[in-house]
Design a protein. Structure first.
Length: 432
């Protein structure tokens, strides 16, 4: 029974929302983030990635960088760029991309629900990646990037969403990548606010779709604050973390493709020979995009192939039956020598949003640049997207997906909703 509660949101002023809203901090490298902030001084990246405000020789993980993020946020509150809601409330956040709309409920999920498995996960996290966000949240006293949660479709919530969306949105803008963002505030004293929490309490569990590292970091800061405030009673804001919850039927997962450098001592012909032990191979004249589960597109040596997995590779085990697992277990590891995909420098992951043409470019670029000093060929694999049902099945079974199994699009913007986590939320909001 997940607890999802409203919160006193700090958010952009209406006339600044489109300029402030930014893609998640981990979408950019340091150079790209600095370029965004240079072009748009209001971008939330100057808070999410405060190293953009320093010379390039500064350590991006130094305490002064996190302190600059806090100072910048406070300055933007003082100059009116951000405002604070008078009462705790929920929001609706709708994103429209390629003609599809997904609408989430913005609220705060419970640290305890994360710890006891009511919020289910499907990925491991890495401590080195958590450290940065732990420092950021702790220094800011705020969670700035929402966790992308999913729940199984609920008719009652659908009726509430339709009713709220009958009114004009608080924000309505289209970002530079063509995604329309709409936000509605659900009034604190409304029947809808009372019902939302009740409905979620009747749901067995919710799922992390995207943002495992952000969630783990928020939880660890919450546990740290519990140690600092041993008399906590569970109502404090640090016991909750910022989330947007979407019905699973509105979400779309895109393919997450693979490029491997080097054929592990095999010729391309021997690689094909090894693959055909477990896959039917068909050469294709054009770019091949997998059309169903069990199919993989492969590009190498200037040709595309359809690989169709033999049926006996699928056993009914949720993790092992994922196409990314089948690829890893029957091609990448035994033939190409990729034993640990998390730490293999020869393996590159390419989000499906970049298109299959990107796979061709990466492979052909390697072929064109082959010299006596650079002889390693590349081969690419185009995947059929993991389904939401597969994700939920893995999480329900307590399993963990291989790395880069899912690519969600569109990405939630940071900076639209900020959750303050001081021990006393009333004084925290008043002090702003």
């Amino acid at each position: 029974m997940p607890v999802i509660r409203p919160f006193r949101c700090v958010r952009p002023a209406e006339d600044k929302a489109s300029a402030i809203a930014a893609l998640p901090y981990d979408v950019y490298n340091r150079k790209e983030a600095k370029a965004v902030v240079k072009d748009n001084p209001l971008s939330f990246l100057k808070i999410d990635r405060a190293e953009t405000q320093f010379p390039e020789d500064i350590d991006m993980y130094s305490p002064q960088v996190y302190e600059r993020a806090r100072q910048t946020f406070q300055e933007m509150i003082k100059d009116g760029s951000f405002v604070t809601e008078e009462a705790a409330c929920y929001f609706l956040y709708a994103l429209t991309y390629n003609g599809r709309t997904q609408t989430g409920i913005v609220g705060c999920a419970s640290v305890d629900d994360y710890l006891n498995g009511t919020i289910r996960r499907h990925e491991n996290t890495r401590e080195d990646k958590e450290k940065d966000r732990i420092c950021h949240i702790d220094t800011m006293n705020a969670q700035t990037g929402p966790i992308f949660l999913a729940y199984r479709r609920q008719a009652e919530l659908e009726r509430i969403v339709r009713k709220v969306k009958e009114f004009p949105p608080l924000y309505d803008f289209t970002s530079e990548d063509g995604i329309r963002h709409e936000v509605w505030r659900i009034e604190a004293d409304s029947q809808e606010t009372e019902k939302i929490g009740e409905i979620f309490l009747r749901i067995g569990c919710v799922y992390i779709a995207d943002g495992h590292h952000r969630a783990a970091s928020a939880v660890k800061v919450g546990l740290k604050r519990r140690q600092e405030y041993p008399d906590y009673d569970g109502t404090e804001e640090f016991n909750y973390f910022l989330s947007v919850l979407f019905p699973e039927n509105e979400l779309q997962i895109y393919d997450y493709n693979r490029v491997v450098t080097g054929l592990n001592g095999l010729s391309f012909e021997k690689l094909l020979k090894g693959i055909e032990k477990h896959f039917h191979i068909e050469e294709k004249a054009l770019i091949f995009r997998p059309e169903r589960k069990g199919e993989v597109g492969m590009y190498g040596n200037g040709r595309w192939y359809r690989l169709t997995a033999h049926e006996d590779l699928y056993t009914g085990e949720p993790v092992e039956d994922l196409d990314v697992s089948v690829l890893q277990n029957y091609i990448l590891e035994p033939l190409l020598g990729i034993k640990n995909p998390k730490a293999e420098p020869r393996l590159t992951f390419v989000g499906g949003i970049r298109g299959l043409e990107e796979l061709v470019r990466l492979v052909d670029e390697a072929a064109l640049n082959r010299t006596p000093l650079k002889r390693e060929a590349k081969v690419a694999f185009a995947m059929y997207p993991t389904s939401m049902e597969e994700l939920l099945a893995v999480a329900d079974a307590g399993g963990l997906m291989p790395p880069k199994s899912t690519w969600f699009e569109p990405k939630l913007r940071s900076g639209l909703f900020i959750h303050m986590i001081e021990a006393n939320s009333e004084s925290a909001a008043t002090n702003m």
